[in-house]
Ligand binder design. Structure first.
Ligand SMILES: Cc1ncc(COP(=O)(O)O)c(C=O)c1O
Length: 442
């Protein structure tokens, strides 16, 4: 009977947290107060909080109390959090876009209007894309050391779509998906919507802790491991060749698939060979044209092992069927005429400059980033609460992400991630100074 009581209270509180009735940062009653309010024993109140913490909904901070965690995932994708007229800058989500890209698009559309069979762009594309378009991506991937026939490349509506399609094809509800304890928030949303059991492996600014993965693999059946080996989001690390090889060895020994998310890989072309080249039989390589070209294109791709192709095509059919013909035609054109390569080079230089500005602004902070990455991760001292600092900045019209958005399971980093790509490079120093001030004041 008593066991049911603690579950009932935990469920009621979890529902209020998920519904936003208890917003992020809310200080919850002490264990003793909760026991008194609910007429339950102190030990039962403790069990309620343990249950909520294990579900990732609350965090206990020694000496300070128990708080509701920030579950929003992407602060920047929730416009309701910040009315347009008070919005100063979105440093919560990277959408790199150079001013001249609008003109570049105008020229491409004008040229396309005057040549070829425009009507074909109104026709439905086959799921996974036409062979001319997949061939353009396969050729582009040669520069990354990935040598696959166009047949193994499937076009998607961005990397997020690619991830969902891969999870649809490789998991069933309840399957274990493993990710770094700090990972890309979009993966958490997908795991939730597909009812997967998302498990965390330890990670640090040095990389994924493979000992922690090995321990996990010995205790439970893992279906898929998700990694970002080249320019990790949010920590910025690049896994060295040795760790990539060890991950593959573990995958073969314990028979799990690997998702290699290469969304930011263009920022470090000198990184070790992709995991896909080490284990093509079990690696799903995911790429995107969002960060190197433009987010609004909604264009991405995946490289898949042969036997999984049919299941992936079925998953593509059940989601968007195919990709937009017009976006795909633009991407193929820009791959063939060298625009993508040129944009990537410019973007690397741009990201390096922004990173240098950020390093200056956050001197003296526990700051982690790749030297050419578009974001920085700041670990805060315990007296500064990340959600309060983010809330203060939001009131000034500046959005940043709290560490909770990236945390898997019970990990609860007191940290923030600052995305550097959106403002102009001239605005950036002033905005980062405002962030620094907010992150330094109690
Ligand atoms: C690591 C990572 N993977 C995937 C995505 C999704 O990219 P897309 O816009 O191509 O769906 C993002 C977007 O921020 C990302 O950071």
């Amino acid at each position: 009977m008593r066991a049911e009581r603690y579950k009932a209270v935990a469920l009621e509180m979890a529902t209020s947290i998920r519904a936003g009735d208890l917003p992020a940062g809310t200080r919850l009653p002490t264990h003793r107060e909760l026991a008194h309010e609910r007429g339950i024993a102190l030990a039962t109140a403790t069990k309620v909080y343990r249950e909520l913490a294990a579900a990732g909904l609350i965090v206990g901070e020694p000496g300070r109390g128990t708080f509701v965690r920030d579950l929003s995932g992407f602060a920047g994708m929730e416009p309701r959090r910040l009315p347009v007229d008070t919005r100063v800058a979105d440093l919560s989500f990277n959408q790199p876009l150079a001013a001249e890209q609008g003109e570049h698009l105008r020229h491409a559309l004008r040229d396309m209007a005057c040549e070829g069979d425009l009507g074909s762009l109104l026709a439905q594309q086959p799921p996974g894309g036409r062979s001319t378009d997949t061939a353009a991506v396969a050729t582009y991937l040669l520069d990354r050391g990935i040598d696959v026939p166009p047949h193994n490349v499937l076009l998607t509506a961005g990397a997020q779509h690619a991830l969902d399609v891969i999870l649809a094809a490789t998991t069933t509800p309840g399957s274990t998906l493993v990710a770094d304890e700090l990972t890309y928030p979009g993966l958490k949303l997908l795991a939730d919507s597909r009812c997967l059991d998302l498990a965390a492996v330890r990670c640090s600014p040095d990389g994924t802790d493979l000992k922690s993965l090995e321990k996990l693999a010995r205790t439970r059946k893992i279906s898929v491991v998700y990694v970002m080996p080249t320019v990790h989001n949010p920590l910025g690390f690049v896994l060295d060749a040795g760790r990539r090889q060890r991950l593959v060895t573990l995958a073969r020994r314990h028979d799990f698939a690997i998702i290699e998310d290469a969304t930011y890989a263009f920022l470090d072309p000198g990184s070790p060979a992709p995991i896909q080249t080490l284990a093509p039989e079990r690696t799903f390589y995911v790429g995107s044209f969002s960060k190197n070209v433009a987010t609004g294109l909604r264009a991405g791709y995946l490289v898949a092992p042969d036997p999984d192709r049919i299941r992936l095509i079925r998953a593509l059919r059940t989601t968007t069927w195919g990709t937009s013909s017009l976006s795909t035609a633009l991407v193929t054109r820009w791959l063939r005429d060298g625009s993508v390569t040129r944009l990537e080079k410019t973007r690397r230089e741009d990201a390096k400059q922004r990173q240098a500005i950020a390093r200056r602004a956050f001197q003296g902070f526990d700051y982690h980033a790749h030297p050419a990455s578009y974001s920085g991760w700041i670990h805060l001292p315990s007296e500064i609460r990340s959600d309060q600092a983010a809330h203060r900045l939001a009131q000034d019209g500046i959005l940043i992400s709290t560490g909770d958005a990236f945390a898997v399971g019970s990990a609860s980093p007191n940290a923030v991630r600052i995305a550097l790509a959106n403002p102009t490079i001239h605005e950036l120093p002033r905005l980062l100074d405002r962030c620094r001030d907010a992150l330094s004041t109690l």
